[in-house]
Design a protein around this ligand. Structure first.
Ligand code: EPU
Length: 339
């Protein structure tokens, strides 16, 4: 099935829920639909392209003048299994948390800590979603899609996806050029649970034995207590990435701010908690008009109703500036700003 529109409103198609339109919009549910569209319409070659999943990580500052392509391929299929593992072929349009629920229901482990993350499976593979000690790159076997430049179908093995913290080849070299149609996910029949984040273990124990179902319940409870429901208040989860800085700067900061959270990172670097830095600058719970900073997690910016994309963007600029001035640390937006 395809849907194709001109001057299409985007308010309901992205998590911030601000007003914006796209000049052209194309949605499809089968790879063949996309191939047909690309072969029969040549105009798209002159347009700026944006690939939209559930819009969980987008902020439109202006209307989009190009073509939005929305892969909405459904379906979860078992492609292979052995004694210890099972491989699922997941359509790019599958809601991420539906996949987690399906895996937990079948007692296959590997993604339970990633419960309740908004977005679709295709976007999860772009973003390398992570939470509570788990990152999806560890369960991704391969990613399949259409390369717009060559109009061919390509499968990338996980090792070719250039995964790192909230990053992948699909956000860089292949940005808006590679349309993911399916993701192959490998799950464990005898999983080792990852419970070293905060109080996750004791939280899960409140529901009974430590198992996938109870870990999922605990993760959902933690997320619901800290993160605003995008169905109620427009937000895209973490607006910024946690910054990675040189150990030298981290130590200097720690000498002044002795309770600053710091985590080991690769090489001679440490990861800091952007939420903590933003809170220390006094932004937690801030609100100006309908644009604000969540009062339980300062890393999350909120549209309380009718904020414009520009108002949210301007607020993020002010936050970035004050963190830079106070801590000499540059925050990088995790959210993809359009326009
Ligand atoms: N903190 C504060 N004030 C705040 C927020 C956090 O002091 O307003 C402190 C916390 O007390 C803690 C530290 O900062 O010491 C880290 O906070 P938290 O555990 O809440 O996690 P985070 O680093 O802020 C990251 C991810 C989240 C993910 C959680 C849990 C990024 C950018 N964000 O947040 O992912 O759910 O860890 O693993 O890495 C998302 O990407 O949208 C997202 C929600």
């Amino acid at each position: 099935m395809i849907r194709s529109y001109t001057d299409y409103p985007l308010r309901k198609l992205h998590a911030f829920g601000t007003d914006a339109t796209t000049k052209y919009y194309f949605e499809f549910t089968e790879t063949e639909d996309l191939k047909g569209f690309l072969a029969t319409n040549q105009e798209w070659k002159n347009l700026e392209i944006l690939i939209l999943g559930e819009g969980s990580n987008l902020l439109f500052v202006n209307d989009f003048q190009g073509l939005i392509i929305h892969p909405n391929i459904p379906g979860i299929k078992i492609s292979y299994e052995d004694r210890n593992n099972i491989w699922l072929e997941v359509g790019a349009g599958v809601k991420w948390d539906d996949l987690v629920e399906y895996a937990v229901f079948n007692r296959w482990g590997g993604i339970e800590n990633l419960s309740l993350i908004p977005g679709k499976a295709g976007a999860a593979a772009v973003q390398n979603i992570g939470a509570y000690g788990m990152e999806i790159q560890n369960q991704i076997e391969s990613v399949t899609g259409i390369d717009l430049e060559t109009q061919t179908e390509i499968t990338f093995e996980a090792s070719e996806c250039e995964y790192s913290y909230r990053d992948s080849i699909f956000k860089n070299k292949l940005k808006n050029r590679f349309i993911i149609t399916s993701v192959s996910i490998k799950l464990d029949k005898f999983p080792e649970f990852i419970l070293n984040y905060g109080d996750l273990k004791t939280d899960a124990e409140k529901y009974g034995a430590i198992n996938l179902r109870n870990i999922r319940k605990a993760v959902i409870a933690i997320r619901e207590s800290k993160l605003p429901d995008p169905g109620v208040f427009g937000n895209a989860g973490s607006f910024f990435k946690n910054p990675v800085v040189e150990t030298l700067l981290a130590e200097q900061l720690l000498a002044t701010y002795t309770n600053m959270p710091q985590y080991p990172a690769s090489g001679n670097t440490r990861k800091l908690a952007a939420g903590w830095l933003i809170e220390q600058c006094g932004w937690k719970g801030f609100r100006s008009g309908d644009a604000g900073v969540h009062d339980k997690q300062a890393l999350v910016l909120i549209n309380y109703g009718n904020a414009t994309g520009k108002e949210i963007y301007d607020l993020s600029k002010e936050i970035k500036q004050s963190v830079q001035e106070k801590f000499r640390v540059e925050l990088e937006r995790e959210v993809n700003v359009i326009g």
